[in-house]
Design a protein around this ligand. Structure first.
Ligand SMILES: [Zn+2]
Length: 302
């Protein structure tokens, strides 16, 4: 088994996983695939569409038929199918019958079989076999570490749907050294799901204070000592909230944009929730031990 490491492979696999998440958000099983020509150009893509009751509507099957209709035998042989999950026997057979080239998958049939066992899902009517056992002439490559875990989460959500129950912002010290003249913290904003899982909504937020910017601060002033837990909680809420209005936009525009952005992030993880409901969720701010220790230490010293 070969693990794809090429950056282009990983980007195309990421697109497949996004398509799988789209399928899940539309209430379908999470599978997505992309057909690429010899030059790396995307020719067609599709996601699973079995929700309507036709269980042959797998994306890999749709792409094989698309290729048969649109490509010459030589172009088919030179094309690659990227997919979130290794082909099932039906799709592996279609792939081989139309003479397509390599298959690169984010997660393997073996992984899917084990995830479904863990979730106590009854086995499908068709045995889950590796592509090579169905189509020995097809080169299959995968799984892709990192992406396979995302695919597993999508399957878990399909079989055990969980909706967000609260928002959590975790505040931590940014940097390792304790510096009394400078305070720098990061704020990671996540949605917690009913099954206990979390989805990162924002991971680029944070703020800092320095002695130079603190009014009336002298040399010995510990910047952390001037901060209370409540100050930090209040700042964290602002920092992970909507941006300040700019370019003629109102606060309401900024807020709408913010909540729509978070909603779309959840949708990419296969979680459908409307922005208004997201906005009403409880929001907890959690300070790390390191932050609490500095505040506590600063208070004790001062
Ligand atoms: Zn299939």
């Amino acid at each position: 088994m070969i693990v794809p490491v090429d950056d282009r492979d990983v980007n195309l696999l990421r697109r497949c996983v996004d398509l799988a998440a789209e399928a899940l958000a539309a209430g379908d099983e999470p599978f997505g695939s992309v057909l690429v020509d010899a030059g790396g150009r995307v020719l067609a893509e599709d996601r699973n569409r079995v929700g309507g009751g036709d269980h042959t509507r797998h994306p890999e099957f749709a792409l094989a038929r698309w290729a048969a209709d649109h490509l010459t035998p030589a172009d088919r042989a030179a094309a690659t199918v990227y997919t979130s999950g290794e082909h099932c026997p039906m799709c592996a057979a279609a792939h081989a019958w139309v003479g397509l080239g390599r298959v690169v998958y984010a997660s393997s049939a073996e992984q899917l079989a084990s995830w479904l066992r863990t979730l106590a899902v009854p086995p499908p009517p068709v045995r889950m076999l590796p592509i090579r056992d169905v189509a020995p002439g097809v080169a299959g490559e995968g799984p892709a570490p990192g992406l396979a875990e995302r695919v597993r989460d999508l399957h878990r959500r399909f079989h055990r749907p969980a909706s967000p129950t609260r928002l959590v912002t975790s505040v931590d010290v940014d940097g390792r050294e304790a510096d009394p003249s400078e305070m720098s913290v990061s704020a990671r904003h996540e949605a917690e799901l009913a099954d206990g899982g979390r989805v990162v909504l924002l991971d680029d937020r944070g703020w800092g204070l320095s002695r130079r910017s603190a009014p009336g601060a002298d040399e010995g002033h510990d910047i952390w000592a001037a901060q209370t837990v409540d100050d930090i909680r209040a700042t964290a809420r602002v920092v992970v909230g909507p941006d300040e209005p700019f370019g003629g936009r109102s606060s309401k525009d900024m807020a709408d944009e913010h909540w729509t952005h978070l909603q779309q992030t959840l949708r990419r993880h296969g979680i459908a929730v409307d922005a208004a409901r997201l906005r009403r969720l409880p929001h907890d701010i959690v300070l790390s031990e390191r932050v609490l220790a500095r505040l506590g230490g600063a208070r004790g010293d001062g």
